[in-house]
Design a binder for this molecule. Structure first.
Ligand SMILES: Nc1ncnc2c1ncn2[C@@H]1O[C@H](COP(=O)(O)OP(=O)(O)OP(=O)(O)O)[C@@H](O)[C@H]1O
Ligand SMILES: [Mg+2]
Length: 378
């Protein structure tokens, strides 16, 4: 029975590998980086920094990169910044582990498996006991040498080393500087670096290094377009022989506005309501969406709590003028000059509470939050 299968909209569930609708450009870029290294022994592609508001799919994309690289025999060091120890220390540990000679393993299998450590508030458990700082060259040089030697070792097998840093806006400055320098100084490297984080990551990188655009291409991840949203809704169900009616899909596309986190929340709740049915129609979609409201509201609340009182005033005014407006109109509503609100607006953007649909305008980054603010905070 359909309702017995694992909910295919649960994060990380469904068919592996995730197809990640709407992210084809990034996926193609990544496969080219890996193919360069397999074919040429190095890549000339710049690294990438993916930015975006919460719930837009940054981690899901890094997971895809991780899986793809791991499957192809690359060394993968993946880290979630913001933990108690420096990113550089964790990476040193993971990368040393990759390099650790394990003759029986390599001899038998001829490849290195993927190794990853997630650091941070949620998954500190993966950290091993770190040895005391070894005597030797200064940290940064040691770090550079380690990456360089590891990448070369992989290059000898026509593979490479990839470093993926999630929540990179929280990366400690020395580690970020070191990573940028490695990216800058390695010549013809069998190495690639990917950073992902909130919009404020761009400033963090600029603070760490000048001319960062020579090292990184910046890509902002946004909401999925209609086609990608439809794919994100239809495919997981189709895998289990369940279809959607046109009006049901359109309903969820409108409701979620292609915001990945909500697409997944609504899909999840609708699937839970499915029972033994084989088709998701408008009634079912409506019922499921109603069930998802609690989780969706939880996200609004967490955004609300993460901003300053001035930020809340701004959000209240933005909600009052319809949820998307010219910044001048929001300033008007607050009885302030736009220039007086620059800092507040920047904070809201940095924290991913609002996005900039076009120059001079501002909108809630989560669909439906304007109504929530009007109802709950007005
Ligand atoms: N391209 C996509 N299509 C459909 N669903 C997606 C896509 N990308 C991500 N998702 C889903 O959206 C949700 C949020 O994704 P993810 O956790 O990767 O976002 P994030 O940007 O890392 O958020 P945060 O900043 O909170 O860490 C997850 O449930 C994920 O499965
Ligand atoms: Mg994430």
């Amino acid at each position: 029975m359909v309702s017995d299968v694992e909910n295919p909209y649960a994060p990380g569930a469904g068919t592996e590998p995730y197809r990640l609708p709407g992210r084809a450009e990034a996926q193609v870029w990544w496969r080219r980086c890996l193919t360069d290294i397999e074919g040429l022994g190095h890549t000339t592609m710049r690294g990438r920094a993916f930015t975006g508001v919460r719930g837009v799919g940054k981690t899901a994309l890094l997971r895809y990169f991780e899986r793809e690289a791991g499957t192809r025999g690359f060394g993968v060091a993946s880290v979630q910044a913001g933990g108690a120890d420096s990113v550089r220390a964790y990476l040193t540990d993971v990368i040393s582990g990759l390099q650790r000679p394990e003759p029986s393993f390599t001899d038998k299998h001829g490849q290195i498996v993927e190794l990853g450590v997630r650091v941070g508030p949620v998954e500190v458990g993966a950290a091993r006991d770190l040895p005391d700082e070894p005597p030797g060259p200064p940290l940064e040089i040691a770090f550079f040498n380690l990456i360089s030697a590891t990448a070369s070792a992989f290059a000898a097998r026509r593979r490479g080393l990839v470093v993926l840093v999630d929540e990179a806006q929280d990366c400690d400055l020395p580690s970020l500087v070191s990573l940028c320098r490695v990216q800058h100084q390695l010549r013809r490297p069998a190495f690639q670096l990917v950073l992902a984080g909130l919009p404020e990551l761009e400033d963090a990188i600029d603070e760490a290094i000048t001319h960062s655009d020579r090292l990184f291409e910046y890509r902002e991840l946004g909401n999925l377009d209609r086609d990608a949203t439809r794919e994100a809704l239809l495919e997981p169900a189709a895998v289990h022989g369940v279809g959607w009616t046109d009006d049901a899909v359109d309903f969820v596309i409108e409701l979620s506005e292609g915001y990945p986190s909500f697409v997944q929340e609504y899909g999840f709740a609708i699937w839970e309501a499915l029972g033994s049915r084989r088709e998701i129609d408008l009634d079912l979609a409506r019922a499921g969406a109603e069930q998802a409201r609690l989780n969706v509201a939880r996200q609004y609340r967490s955004v609300w709590r993460s901003v300053t009182p001035a930020g809340r005033d701004y959000l209240t005014a933005l909600a009052a003028v319809g949820g998307e407006a010219r910044t001048a109109a929001v300033a008007d509503a607050l009885g302030r000059r736009p220039s007086e609100l620059t800092m507040t607006l920047k904070m809201l953007k940095d924290r991913g509470a609002v996005r900039v649909p076009q120059r001079g305008s501002v909108a809630f980054s989560r669909p439906g939050m304007d109504a929530w603010v009007r109802d709950e905070q007005g």
